[in-house]
Design a protein around this ligand. Structure first.
Ligand SMILES: [Zn+2]
Length: 264
């Protein structure tokens, strides 16, 4: 079977274990069915997620000009605390920014090998956590917009990491239970005074089961370094495809790359 097309991050379905799907050639490929099979991937070009042109991808699936111009790649995507749509102030395109920012957001703790703090739109729950490879996640604050969630995150990241360390995430095979509620109690005092009202207690702890077993060693490669390769797919965690021998490819990191994929 041969497929070809633009890589976008895998969609996932929260089951035991999590089910992953990749869309290529308009086909929805159920990745869990490919475990144990030899996959050949060949990089053939680019398709920017914004303008669709065959231009090198700069970051997050965008070509360089779109990355610096599209409201979908603005600074507030990475740094929610810079949001200004609630003040009616545009960054790149107020209409789009209102859609993204003026909706309910959640501040959460997740465990990805470390306990970290993060922000997500409610509509991205639980996708956001699965994408980062979190084993556990706990909402700790519920806000009306992106700005409020961002301010809380900034205050808390003085005390906790806010980035996922992918190597730790892939190496982690923690099997107990992390008491994120206890963590939440401990950091409550770091909430900015005006934002205590968003604090949310007694939320459901999310737990995720990945189709993945930790290999002995971990190597990550990109299609820039390895434009063509064949290997046996063994599992998936977060957005990382795990191939035999401990080789990993981050699917999300290749958004906008055009590939041919052959399954034998
Ligand atoms: Zn573009």
């Amino acid at each position: 079977m041969k497929f070809q097309g633009q890589i976008l991050k895998m969609t996932s379905f929260d089951a035991q274990p999590i089910q992953y799907y990749l869309t290529l050639s308009g086909d929805l490929i159920h990745m869990n069915e490919l475990f144990g099979k030899e996959i050949t991937i060949k990089h053939t070009g680019f398709q920017c997620v914004n303008c669709n042109e065959n231009k090198p991808i700069y970051r997050m699936g965008f070509c360089k000009s779109c990355f610096f111009e599209s409201p979908y790649a603005s600074d507030t995507i990475i740094r929610p605390e810079l949001s200004t749509a609630h003040l009616g102030i545009a960054e790149r395109d107020l209409q789009v920014e209102k859609q993204i920012q003026l909706q309910p957001h959640t501040v959460y703790l997740s465990y990805t090998g470390d306990v970290k703090v993060g922000v997500t739109r409610n509509t991205q729950i639980p996708t956001r956590w699965i994408d980062q490879g979190a084993t556990f996640a706990l909402p700790i604050a519920r806000t009306e917009n992106r700005y409020e969630a961002g301010v809380i995150e900034v205050a808390l990241k003085e005390h906790l990491p806010d980035k996922t360390n992918w190597r730790k995430m892939l190496q982690d095979d923690f099997e107990g239970e992390i008491d994120l509620a206890d963590f939440q109690q401990k950091i409550k005092e770091y909430f900015p005074a005006d934002f205590q009202k968003f604090y949310s207690e007694g939320e459901e702890l999310w737990k995720f089961d990945y189709p993945f077993e930790k290999p002995e060693k971990i190597n990550s490669f990109t299609l820039d370094k390895k434009p063509e390769f064949s290997a046996k797919l063994t599992g998936i965690k977060g957005q990382y495809l795990s191939f035999e021998g401990g080789n990993f490819m981050n699917v999300r990191g290749h958004e906008g790359y055009v590939i041919e994929m052959e399954i034998s």
